[in-house]
Ligand binder design. Structure first.
Ligand SMILES: Cc1cc2nc3c(=O)[nH]c(=O)nc-3n(C[C@H](O)[C@H](O)[C@H](O)COP(=O)(O)O)c2cc1C
Length: 148
């Protein structure tokens, strides 16, 4: 049986980081809350933002709403190394220095506590230092492979 990326249900999130003058962000489906205070994200070696997360030891995670497939495409289809993905996006800077999107259903500011290597992917666990619940109705975007 051919495995798909969306056989296990995931939401779609935008994970952003800033190190010195450089901002980056990527779409992340492989993320989960651990206990109440921690978030795990899985970031592959193709990601430029990953270096910003590791250097700044922080990331911001914004949970997309169900009508925000377009935002996921902006952050998930090019690299922050070459593209300014924040040009068309309204955001604010959280306490850790990481960008959080102004428009999303919930946003978390996290400090990196653990980084674990799994093949080319880094499993990054961040402690939540603050959280914003922005949506009136919690209607998150569910990841479906055919949307991208
Ligand atoms: C909906 C969606 C979900 C994605 N989920 C992940 C993920 O969980 N982990 C990952 O490393 N890449 C994921 N990607 C791919 C990255 O978002 C993509 O490689 C991005 O261009 C990297 O950007 P960066 O180089 O600016 O960090 C996903 C892409 C899309 C469209």
């Amino acid at each position: 049986m051919k495995l798909r990326h969306d056989m296990l249900t995931h939401g779609v999130n935008i994970v952003c980081a800033q190190y010195k003058e450089k901002k980056g962000g990527l779409a992340v489906a492989w993320a989960t809350q651990i206990d109440t205070d921690y978030i795990l994200i899985c970031v592959g070696s193709q990601s430029y933002t990953r270096e910003l997360i590791l250097n700044s030891k922080a990331f911001g995670l914004s949970v997309l709403a169900k009508e925000q497939t377009g935002v996921a495409k902006i952050f998930g289809s090019s690299t922050s190394h070459k593209t300014d993905k924040f040009k068309e996006i309204s955001f604010h800077t959280a306490k850790t220095g990481s960008p959080l999107l102004d428009s999303c259903v919930a946003a978390f500011d996290c400090e990196v506590e653990i980084v674990h290597d799994h093949n080319d992917t880094k499993l990054i666990i961040g402690k939540i230092v603050s959280a914003e619940f922005l949506g009136k109705d919690y209607a998150p975007l569910v990841y479906r492979e055919e949307d991208y």
